[in-house]
Design a protein around this ligand. Structure first.
Ligand code: KG4
Ligand code: ZN
Length: 341
């Protein structure tokens, strides 16, 4: 049995959790800085680091209390070492290393995307490798072949904006709060796809994605409607939101199906903030059933950044490591360079 405390601080969420290889997730605390950054329309890195520093120790204390355990009861500490904001990553790295050093606990640096990628293992219905992973977050839209945990081969990526970024930027144009994915989804549920928006690279024949053209299309649509004296609210707003959601999810679904067909793998693992999108889940389930494939998702509350996925990845990667606490972080870090244990 191994008990690992995970620390996530790569962007605007401070997440702490304890994962036990026998009991599963036994404690999970999270502080989201969304309100702090909302007035700026995006994450302000310096504010993010300062807030992580303010929250991290109380959250660790709360998490240990929830799990009814002491630092001595832990077998290791895992922290997000990248990719992410340099200053924000350094808060998690320095706290993990200080606690590890003081308590003679091994430290496990975790790749943030590996955390997301493994997060469906926190659900009741767990996938087994090999699988294709669709990572769709605010910063990434990638299709990855996972032969075994730790063996990642990049199959497709976005040329420009990530899927979450496309949700957030178009939401901003519509005057919705940041981050806009959730608000687009809420409005879309009440709308119809009355506006046909582009699906860039849909027929490119490969697994490359592109979402930046959607911004221009939505801007043109808003301008056209405004010229016709149509106010962008109520049903019109809901229909635009639905059209955006259909465009983004169509690309993600089509490319995922193509990746499954190309590799003849029949398991898809979907993760990252956009995996919380229920329309995406509905469309994937429908299309995958047609090719006898199945999709696995993280629990809804663990789709966006959290400590649980880092604690889990830490427990999977756990081995008695030497007590070398010379930590470094990797603001840019290629997932495919990770070696398995
Ligand atoms: O994985 P995540 O928490 O952070 C990154 O590592 O980027 O993902 C955040 C992204 C944001 O772009 C947000 O708008 C999007 O996930 N998101 C959603 C939904 N919930 C969060 N996008 C579409 N539908 C949702 N329900
Ligand atoms: Zn993330």
């Amino acid at each position: 049995m191994v008990k690992v405390l995970g620390i996530e601080s790569s962007c605007d969420e401070t997440g702490i959790a304890i994962y036990d290889t026998e009991q599963g997730l036994i404690a999970d605390t999270l502080y989201s800085q969304i309100e702090l950054h909302r007035q700026y329309g995006g994450v302000v890195p310096e504010l993010a680091s300062r807030d992580h520093l303010r929250r991290i120790i109380p959250l660790i204390d709360e998490c240990l209390a929830q799990a009814k355990c002491l630092l001595n009861d832990l077998d290791a500490l895992a922290y997000t070492a990248g990719p992410g904001l340099n200053g924000a990553l350094l808060i998690g790295a320095s706290i993990a290393n200080s606690i590890g050093f003081a308590n003679k606990l091994p430290i496990i640096p975790i790749h943030h995307l590996e955390g997301h990628l493994l997060s469906p293992l926190l659900a009741d219905d767990k996938p087994n490798p090999p699988f294709i992973a669709l990572l769709a977050s605010g910063g990434h839209s990638q299709l990855i072949a996972v032969k075994a945990i730790g063996e990642y081969q990049l199959l497709g990526d976005t040329l420009d904006d990530a899927a979450g970024e496309a949700f957030d930027k178009t939401a901003k144009m519509l005057g919705l709060p940041y981050p806009g994915g959730r608000y687009i989804a809420e409005l879309a549920a009440l709308g119809h796809e009355n506006y046909k928006l582009p699906r860039p690279m849909l027929h490119s024949g490969d697994l490359t994605m592109s979402f930046s053209g959607l911004k221009t299309a939505v801007l043109t649509l808003i301008n056209n409607l405004t010229e016709q004296n149509i106010t962008i609210e109520g049903q019109v707003l809901q229909d635009i939101a639905r059209s955006i959601e259909e465009s983004i999810t169509d690309v993600l679904v089509k490319k995922s199906v193509m990746a499954l067909k190309q590799t003849q793998i029949r398991t898809l693992v979907v993760s990252g903030g956009v995996s919380a999108n229920l329309r995406l889940r509905e469309k994937l389930d429908l299309e995958l059933a047609k090719i006898q494939a199945k999709a696995f998702y993280p629990p809804l509350r663990l789709c966006t950044d959290n400590g649980a996925m880092i604690a889990l990845a830490g427990a999977i990667r756990f081995k008695q490591q030497k007590f070398t606490y010379d930590f470094s972080v990797h603001p840019r870090w290629d997932l495919t360079t990770l070696a398995s244990n």
